[in-house]
Structure formats: C-alpha cells, structure tokens
Design a binder for this molecule. Structure first.
Ligand code: XBP
Ligand code: MG
Length: 258
C-alpha cells in the first residue's frame, strides 16, 4: 500500500504549545474564586489532581463533587459555575496578554517550518476559543490565529477529551483522513482523544503529565527541541534526531502509517 503523505499538523494547546496550566489557568481559577468571595483555592498539587477532568466548567464541577457536594444540589448551580468560568476566562486573558506564558521550546520554530513546507495547521483543544486566540496573538505572533486553518476549541463538541470528538471535528473540517495528519499532545487525556480519532501522536510531556501513560504514542519527548538544546527522548525511537523538524516528522509519520 502506498503510504499517505503527511499533510497537516494538529496541535493541542494547554501543556503542548505552552505550559499554561500551573501559572495560567490555575491562577485565573483562584482569582475568580477570590473575586466571588469564595475561600476555594487550588494549590499546585490539587490542581494536578483536578486536571484529570478537562474543560474549566467541568473541572469546577468535579472539584465541587469532591469538596462541596451539597452545592451541586442548589438551584442555579450551572449558572454559577458558568459565571465563575467567565470571570476566570477574563483573568486568564489578562495574564496571557501580559506575556506570562511563553511557548514551549521548539514550538514557534516547528510551526514556522511547517508553514514553509506547506503543511496545513490546525488546533484541537478543550480550552475556551478566546484563550487560544489570545495565546497565539501574544505568545506566537500577532495575527497567527489565521495560520491555523481549523481551530476546534471549547464547547464546539459536548464531549471533551479524552473523547475523540474534538479531533474528529477538526478532521472533518480539514477534510483529511487521520492517516494524513500528526497530532501533538502533552497529556494522557489528550493522547486518548487523538488516538481515538486514529491519529499518530507525538507527546511532549510537562511536569503535570510526565508520569502518565503514553504507551499509545508514536514518540514521547521532553519537548520539541531547539538548535541549541536537544530534546530528550523518553519513549519511542527518535533515531539520531535532536529536534522535531519536518524531516523527522515525515519519518515518524511514514513509519506509523506503513
Ligand atoms: C485543557 C484543559 C482546559 C484548561 C482550561 O486540556 O483541560 O480545561 O485547563 O480551559 P487539553 P477552560 O490541553 O487536553 O485540551 O477553562 O477554558 O475550559
Ligand atoms: Mg493539553
């Protein structure tokens, strides 16, 4: 069978493009709780546990089931969660616009190389669409949202990762089979979503996800690597590569679809 050529790269956002969780989303959640007069506080370790559930509204609800279950029976709790989440999104935007969240090593380089090579770009994330736009604008380049042909984000699909729905939504809009694409993820939930949609997946871990199960990934790396700082290959075969560039991506893609 002739191998399908690589045509598109699909990126997760949180934890993959930038380490947004600990010093971005977590801070914004806590700020929203404080502004609402609540004594809820998510420290770094607790937030790591809460990351088991993707989606900010879903994460607040999950926290309530653990710490304040009686609140879930109160009338108007859905609206209250939605309001808290809206306040959180506004705080997160401010943090990102202030330049608090740089991209991870090699991300801007790889995206530039992909554009130069004519690969199509897309995003598949559970985060709110405004968060994606503001991160790209401030941490990648002004106007860079337009580089991504399809941005699948937030509530466009009701079932968030680890469900494959967001990746399927993106693939449908790209009008490409999974076999023509590579996904980039940082978490087990993300990997399960991408694999569920049939995508070969490259994982770059971060402190919150490094102990998760990535057995189903094509390759697991510390990061994408830069010309001066090679990635560390955690699992899979990186050969002699020291950074993920278009040539290495094509190689990893070809061997996975053979
Ligand atoms: C990202 C998430 C999101 C963010 C918060 O997961 O789980 O919930 O933490 O975003 P992934 P919102 O990287 O797997 O897509 O508060 O905007 O939902
Ligand atoms: Mg992620």
């Amino acid at each position: 069978m002739t191998p399908v050529p690589l045509q598109a790269l699909i990126f997760d956002v949180d934890g993959t493009l930038a380490d947004t969780e600990q010093d971005g989303h977590r801070i914004a959640f806590n700020g929203a709780f404080e502004a609402a007069g609540l004594d809820w506080h998510w420290d770094v370790a607790r937030y790591g546990e809460l990351l088991a559930v993707t989606g900010g509204k879903e994460r607040i609800r999950y926290y309530l089931t653990q710490s304040h279950p009686a609140l879930l029976d109160e009338a108007g709790i859905d609206e209250r969660i939605a309001q808290l989440h809206k306040a959180k999104t506004a705080l997160y935007s401010k943090l990102v616009a202030g330049g608090a969240l740089p991209l991870r090593p090699g991300v801007a380089r790889l995206i530039a190389e992909a554009r130069a090579a004519g690969l199509r770009l897309a995003i598949a994330t559970t985060t709110t669409p405004e968060n994606v736009a503001i991160l790209l604008e401030h941490s990648l380049a002004p106007g860079s949202s337009a580089w991504f042909e399809v941005i699948g984000a937030g509530d466009v699909v009701p079932a968030k990762k680890p469900a494959p729905d967001i990746y399927q939504w993106v693939l449908e809009r790209l009008q490409l089979p999974a076999s023509a694409c590579l996904a980039f993820e940082d978490s087990e939930n993300g990997l399960r979503a991408a694999r569920g949609a049939g995508l070969t997946t490259i994982v770059t871990v971060n402190p919150y996800t490094e102990d998760q199960d990535f057995g189903d990934a094509e390759i697991v790396l510390s990061d994408l690597g830069t010309p001066t700082a090679a990635f560390h290959c955690i699992a899979g075969d990186a050969g002699t590569a020291t950074q993920a560039n278009i040539e290495t991506l094509r190689r990893w893609h070809a061997r996975s679809t053979r």
